[in-house]
Design a protein around this ligand. Sequence first.
Ligand code: ATP
Length: 352
Amino acid sequence: MPFLTISHISKTFDATPVLHDISLDVVRGEIVCLLGPSGCGKTTLLRIIAGLERPDRGKILLAGEDITPVPSHKRDFGLMFQDYALFPHMTAGENIAFGLKMHGWTQQQIEERVTELLALVDLAGYEARPVYELSGGQQQRVALARSLAPNPRLLMLDEPLGALDRTLRDQLLVELRSILKQLGQTAVYVTHDQMEAFAVADRVALMRAGRIEQVGTPEALYLRPVSPFAARFLGMSNILAGTIVSLAPPLIDTPVGRLQPAALPAGLRPGDAVQLVIRPEGARVAREHLSGPNHLTLTLVNRSFRGAHTLIQLAGPGATLAFEIPGLGCTARPGQSLHVVIGPEAIVVFDN
Ligand code: ATP
């Protein structure tokens, strides 16, 4: 049975529909990410789950109980928002203890809990440190400890690491996930960053203009995006228009040449127009151009060494493509012709 059920939620602000009939289940102990571009309704949905906003239609159920009419402070949920700042004049320990006092915990229970949580977020011994003396990353750990302290039934996080730089964010994400998993904490996490969603979530709900476009594990979303929008949002920028040439073998003519994907969506016929995506890691550089599908000769526009891979940008008739070639796998100069071979698995085809 799902632990949290979001059932047919709709919301309109000032006559503008913001959420359209959203349904999503979260099982106990699961971390689900709401991912999507700015303005797609992620925060509004989170605020409705939290009870900070009333839906126009639909229900929120927790462990089978309809909590839609239950006010926010009676839901026993934890919140961690980017702008949900700590009290700067208090110590780390006092910040974590704050909510517990309001919940009527005894002094001894509070002290034990604060010690336990500081250890959990790798800040053992920091009880008496004023918050203003802590680094940004340490402050976010205290904020996480504070939101976890009262054992919330559900933890909601809205871009909790948004203010931190990339390196620190990547490190904290891994720790955050491992802490939540260690506790078996059910959590809903909002972000517009695909890498962040993939790093933290068991499942991702990709949102688009108030609707859920696709739900699945990060692997499933990446391997099988349901639409060009999903593919683009998941970092696949090589999008081409094409025409089906044959079904067996599956062949598609595109402006850059003939391509053979591993599979085609059902119901297509020769002559049908399609869109297709080529994953950035799906090409290798070849010494010579061989005839046949998936062998393309394009002009190198730009080459950028990124350490683990080299990013190459290629231009062909009517299209620009970007690929990640492992290591130093391409040493050609901009302006040169380059032969690349595309792996059939790297081509994802969408019915128009
Ligand atoms: P972001 O990542 O930028 O925070 P989001 O996906 O979380 O975006 P929401 O904050 O849920 O999106 O906003 C969705 C839409 O609803 C936006 O167009 C926003 O302007 C509008 N909106 C949100 N809250 C209100 C409100 N209280 N009154 C009027 N419009 C609102």
